[in-house]
Design a protein around this ligand. Structure first.
Ligand SMILES: CC(C)=CCC/C(C)=C/CC/C(C)=C/CC/C(C)=C/COP(=O)(O)OP(=O)(O)O
Ligand SMILES: O=P(O)(O)OC[C@@H](O)CO
Ligand SMILES: [Mg+2]
Length: 250
C-alpha cells in the first residue's frame, strides 16, 4: 500500500513520456506462492509497470493478501482486478473500479460497485474508474459477468462502448478478449478506437502471447498491455513481451 494515492499519477507520467505500459496479471488461484517473488523480480527487471491481481474462479481474499504481501517490496503498483466484491483488500495500492458495460446483468454494471463503494472509501483504496468491455472469446469473465460479447470485428460497437466509457468520465477503457483467448483483440480495432478517445486510456488484454502482437497493439494505440496466462505458461516469452513494450516510445 506504499503507492496508494500515487498510482494514477505514476501511470499518467509514464504515458506522458510516450511510454506504453505492461501490467502483469497474477491469478490467485493459479499462482504458486513459492515462485511468485522470483517471477515478479524478473518481470520488474524487464520493465513491467504494474501488478494486477485477480481471477474469476477459485479466488480468495486470503490468497490475494498473501500475494500482495510477497510483492510489497517492489516499487510497482499492486492493483486489484476484481471479479466480485470479495476481493477488496486494504493491502493493495489501488483497485480497478470496473463496470462491465456490456453485461446484461445490472449487478456487474452498478450492483457490485454499490456494495464496493463504501468499503473502498473506508479502506482509503485508490480507485481507478474503468469501463470493462468484453469482446470476442470472452472466456470465464464473459460467462460469469453475463456479457453480451461483442464480435472481434464489430468495431462500431467497440468504439461506441468505448466512447460511452469516456463520456461517463472513466479514466480507463479495458478491452478484454478473455483470459486465454485464442486470439487477442485486433490491432486495427485498437487504432480505430484510439482515434475516438480524447481522455480515456486503453487497456488491452486477453490472449496476448507474442512480442510481435504486443508491439502491434501498442503501436496501434493501446496504453497498457496486460498479460496473464503467458507468465504462467512460458515466463521467458512473457519477459520478451515486457521488454518489447518497455522499449516502445510513441
Ligand atoms: C468494482 C468491483 C468490486 C467489482 C466489479 C465486478 C465486475 C464488474 C466484474 C466483471 C465480470 C468479471 C467476472 C470479471 C473478471 C475479471 C478478471 C479478474 C479476469 C481475470 O480472471 P480470469 O482469468 O478470467 O479468471 P479465471 O482464471 O478464474 O478463469
Ligand atoms: O491471461 P491472458 O490471456 O493473458 O489475459 C489477460 C487478461 O486480460 C485476462 O483478464
Ligand atoms: Mg485466469
Amino acid at each position: 500500500m506504499k503507492l496508494r494515492g500515487k498510482v494514477r499519477k505514476i501511470i499518467q507520467e509514464k504515458l506522458n513520456e510516450g511510454k506504453v505500459l505492461h501490467f502483469s496479471l497474477f491469478d490467485p488461484d493459479k499462482v504458486n506462492l513459492e515462485s511468485i517473488y522470483s517471477i515478479a523480480l524478473k518481470l520488474v527487471e524487464s520493465g513491467t509497470s504494474g501488478f494486477l491481481i485477480g481471477g474469476t474462479l477459485g479466488v480468495s481474499k486470503e490468497k490475494l493478501d498473501s500475494i500482495i504481501e510477497i510483492l510489497e517490496d517492489f516499487e510497482v503498483p499492486k492493483i486489484i482486478f476484481p471479479s466480485n466484491v470479495n476481493l477488496i483488500t486494504e493491502k493493495a495500492d489501488a483497485i480497478l473500479f470496473m463496470s462491465l458495460l456490456n453485461s446484461d446483468d445490472i449487478y456487474y454494471i452498478t450492483g457490485a460497485q454499490l456494495i464496493a463503494a463504501p468499503i473502498i472509501k473506508k479502506l482509503k483504496l485508490e480507485s481507478l474508474p474503468t469501463g470493462y468491455i468484453i469482446v470476442g472469446h470472452g472466456g470465464t469473465a464473459a460467462h460469469v459477468g453475463k456479457a453480451r460479447v461483442i464480435p472481434y470485428d464489430n468495431v462500431e460497437l467497440i468504439v461506441a462502448y468505448s466512447i460511452m466509457a469516456e463520456l461517463f468520465g472513466m479514466d480507463f477503457v479495458y478491452l478484454e478478449a478473455g483470459s486465454g483467448a485464442p486470439e487477442p483483440i485486433k490491432p486495427s480495432v485498437i487504432s480505430i478506437t484510439k482515434k475516438y478517445l480524447e481522455n480515456s486510456k486503453i487497456i488491452v488484454g486477453g490472449g496476448i502471447r507474442s512480442e510481435e502482437i504486443a508491439k502491434e497493439l501498442a503501436l496501434a494505440g493501446a496504453d497498457i498491455i496486460v498479460t496473464g496466462n503467458i507468465i504462467e505458461q512460458n515466463l521467458e516469452k512473457a519477459l520478451k513481451i515486457v521488454k518489447e513494450i518497455s522499449n516502445i516510445r510513441r
